[in-house]
Design a protein around this ligand. Structure first.
Ligand code: NAP
Length: 558
C-alpha cells in the first residue's frame, strides 16, 4: 500500500510532535522529520538526545533526514556531524528508544562518505537493520531545476548499494510527460528489482507522479499539512490528496482523466469530476494536465503528450477535457491521425463545424489497448441543455450572441444545428463576419447566421441574448464591465432570457443589470454543469450527479 507522508520542518521537538499528531489526525501514515531546520551540528549533547526523544514519541512512524543546502535543504554544517547523526539515529536502540522507520541519505552524501571512509553504510553498521527490522536506508537524489541528465546512472548507483532499501528520485518536471518516466521507473524498480521507490516530479507539472503513486506501486507520496508548509514546489496539501483526489481509492486499476489546457491550476473540473466519480463509485481519478500553449511547438507538445498517454500500457488514460488553448489542437490531432490512416479516431459533427473540441474519450479493449478515440464538443450542447428549460424550444427562434471567440463559435454551431436563427455582435466586427461565414460553410451553406449590431436588437426581439465574451469574468479583461450597453436592455422583450457564459463570478454585471429591470436570466453555472455532465456520461457510461456538480461549482465559483 502506498503511504501518505507529511514532511515536517522541525523547529523544535515540541513543534515536531504537535505537527506529527496533526498529520496523523489528517490521515497520514508517516511523517518525514526534516531535521535540517533544527540540527546545527555544533550542539550534539543537547540536540541528539532531543531528536531521539522526538522520534521515540512521534505518533507516526517516521523518516528522518537532515537535508544539506546543496540538495535544497537548510543544513549548512559539516557533513561529518550529519553523517554521525544518521548513524546514531540508525542505531538508536537504548531503553525506550525507537529508531526511525527510514533514514533518507542523499546519494551524493553516501558516495562521499564511503570514499572518505567515513562510512554511513547503515545496513552494515546498524545492528537493528542487520537483524532485518527497523531502520531502512532511503538513497535519494534531488534536482530543483530539471531532470538530471545522468538520472538512470544515478539509479543504477543506488541499486548497486546493498544497503539501499528505497530508491528516491525527485526532480523538477519539465512537462507532464516527465510523470510517465517517473511512474514507469517506480513500476520497473518494483517489478524487476523488487525495490521500493519514491518517484516525484516537482513543480506545476509534477502533480500526476504524486497523485498516481499508488497506481504504480511507489512506497509513498508526500503531502504538506498546509500550503505554507510545503517542502518542495508542487507538493500537494494532505486534504487535497485525501479528499479531492481520493488517494486511498487509487489502485492499479484506476482510470486516469484530466483537464488539458494552459493554465489549468484554477479549473473547477478536477473538483467536480472527482466528486462525481466518488458519487457513482467510478474507479477513476481526474487531474490537472497543464500543457504550455502560446508558443511555437505547442501543437507538437500537445500531440506528443496525448499520444504518449493514449498509447501507454498501464496508465489507463481514459479521456480528458480540453480547454484553452488546445481545443483547436484536439481537432487538428484527430484530423492528422485519421489522414495518416489511424481509423480509431472519430470527430463529431459539431467539433468539425467549429474546428474546436473539448472532450476526448478513450475506449480500451480487455488488454488495455486504445481501440476507439472519440473527439466531441460538449460546450455547445451543454449550453443548449441549460438554455432550453429557460426559453423552451430554440428551433425557429432568434438568438443573439455577444462575442466571436471559441465559446461563441461552439454555441452558434449548436444553435444552428437545433434550427435557431443566430445573430453575432462582436467588438471586432470582422471576426463576427468570419465566424458567420465559416460556420455557414462548415454546416453546408444557407444557415441563418449573420453579424448584427446593438441598434438591431429591439427589432429582432430575440428569445435570448448570450454573453460569450470574457467581459465580467474575474481576472479577465473587464471584470466590472457589462458586454451590452445597459440602456439597450429595456428595449428587449420582457421574456428575453439574458444568459452569461461567464461563471466566475456567478453573478456578473450583465446578469445584475438584467435582473434590475426584471428580465429573466441564466448564469454560466448551468452550461458548465451540463458540458461536464456530458463528458462524465461519455467516460463512465453513467448519468452525472448534476445536483452535486452544481452545488460544487456554486460553492467555489462564488
Ligand atoms: P475567446 O475565444 O478569447 O473570446 C473572447 C471574446 O471576448 C471575443 O469575442 C473578444 O472580442 C471578446 N472580448 C474580449 N475582451 C473584450 C473587451 N474588452 N471588450 C469587448 N469584447 C471583448 O474566449 P472564449 O473561450 O470564447 O471564452 C469566453 C468566455 O466564456 C470566458 O469568460 C469563459 O470563461 C466562458 N466560458 C464558459 C463556459 C461554461 O461552461 N460556462 C465554457 C467555456 C467558456 P474580439 O473578437 O473583438 O477580440
Amino acid at each position: 500500500m502506498t503511504m501518505l507522508c507529511v514532511p515536517i520542518l522541525v523547529d523544535s521537538p515540541e513543534q515536531g510532535l504537535r505537527l506529527a499528531a496533526e498529520a496523523r489526525d489528517g490521515g497520514a501514515d508517516l511523517v518525514e522529520l526534516r531535521l535540517d531546520t533544527y540540527y546545527t551540528g555544533d550542539d550534539d549533547a543537547v540536540q541528539i538526545p532531543a531528536i531521539i526523544s522526538l522520534i521515540s514519541q512521534c505518533p507516526l512512524p517516521c523518516i528522518t533526514t537532515c537535508r544539506p543546502v546543496l540538495e535544497g535543504g537548510h543544513y549548512g554544517g559539516p557533513d561529518a556531524a550529519r553523517i554521525a547523526l544518521y548513524q546514531r539515529l540508525g542505531s538508536a536502540a537504548g531503553p525506550g528508544e525507537v529508531p526511525p522507520r527510514y533514514i533518507d541519505c542523499e546519494l551524493a552524501t553516501y558516495a562521499r562518505s564511503a570514499s572518505s571512509r567515513q562510512s554511513v553504510n547503515l545496513a552494515v553498521e546498524h545492528p537493528a537493520q542487520a537483524s532485518g527490522n527497523s531502520t531502512g536506508l532511503i538513497l535519494s537524489t534531488h534536482n530543483f531545476q530539471t531532470r538530471p541528465p545522468d538520472l538512470i546512472r544515478q539509479i543504477e548507483a543506488m541499486l548497486k548499494e546493498p544497503a539501499t532499501r528505497v530508491v528516491k528520485v525527485a526532480y523538477f518536471a519539465r512537462s507532464i510527460r516527465d510523470n510517465i518516466e517517473l511512474l514507469d521507473l517506480a513500476a520497473e524498480l518494483r517489478r524487476e528489482h523488487g525495490k521500493a521507490s519514491i518517484m516525484l516530479g516537482m513543480g506545476p507539472f509534477g502533480l500526476m507522479s504524486r497523485v498516481l503513486a499508488p497506481k504504480f506501486g511507489a512506497l509513498l507520496t508526500f503531502a504538506a499539512l498546509r500550503r505554507d508548509e510545503q517542502t518542495a514546489p508542487g507538493q500537494p496539501i494532505l486534504r487535497e490528496l485525501t479528499e479531492d483526489y481520493r488517494f486511498s481509492a487509487i489502485s492499479e486499476s484506476t482510470k486516469v482523466y484530466g483537464i488539458v489546457g494552459w493554465p489549468v491550476e484554477h479549473s473547477l473540473s478536477p473538483m467536480v469530476h472527482n466528486a462525481g466519480f466518488e458519487a457513482v463509485s467510478h474507479d477513476g481519478v481526474y487531474l490537472p494536465m497543464p500543457i504550455a500553449g502560446g508558443e511555437v511547438g505547442s501543437y507538437e507538445s500537445f500531440k506528443g503528450t496525448l499520444l504518449d498517454f493514449i498509447e501507454h500500457a498501464s496508465l489507463d488514460f481514459a479521456g480528458c477535457s480540453v480547454t484553452i488553448p488546445h481545443k483547436e489542437n484536439l481537432v487538428a490531432l484527430a484530423r492528422e491521425m485519421t489522414e495518416a490512416g489511424d481509423t480509431r479516431w472519430h470527430l463529431d459533427r459539431l467539433s468539425q463545424a467549429c474546428n474546436a473540441a473539448n472532450t476526448l474519450t478513450v475506449r480500451r479493449d480487455a488488454r488495455g489497448a486504445a481501440v476507439r478515440l472519440d473527439v466531441t464538443n460538449t460546450d455547445g450542447p451543454g449550453f443548449i441543455s441549460a438554455l432550453i428549460p429557460a426559453v423552451g424550444e430554440v428551433a425557429g427562434r432568434d438568438v443573439v450572441i455577444l462575442g466571436a471567440g471559441g465559446t461563441a463559435r461552439a454555441i452558434a454551431a449548436a444553435l444552428l444545428l437545433e434550427g435557431a436563427r443566430v445573430w453575432i455582435i462582436n467588438r471586432t466586427p470582422a471576426r463576427a463576419d468570419e465566424l458567420a461565414a465559416s460556420l455557414d460553410a462548415a454546416l453546408g451553406g444557407g444557415r441563418p447566421i449573420a453579424r448584427t449590431d446593438v441598434s438591431a436588437l429591439a427589432r429582432l426581439a430575440p428569445a435570448a441574448v448570450v454573453n460569450c465574451t470574457s467581459l465580467g469574468m474575474r481576472g479577465g479583461p473587464g471584470p466590472d464591465r457589462c458586454p451590452l450597453d445597459e440602456q439597450v436592455l429595456p428595449t428587449l422583450p420582457s421574456k428575453c432570457v439574458i444568459a452569461d457564459c461567464v461563471y466566475r463570478p456567478v453573478q456578473t454585471p450583465l446578469l445584475r443589470a438584467a435582473q434590475a429591470i426584471g428580465l429573466p436570466t441564466l448564469d454560466g453555472v448551468g452550461m458548465f454543469v451540463e458540458q461536464a455532465a456530458m463528458q462524465f456520461a461519455q467516460w463512465t457510461g453513467t448519468p452525472a450527479p448534476r445536483g452535486l456538480f452544481e452545488r460544487t461549482v456554486r460553492e467555489v465559483a462564488g
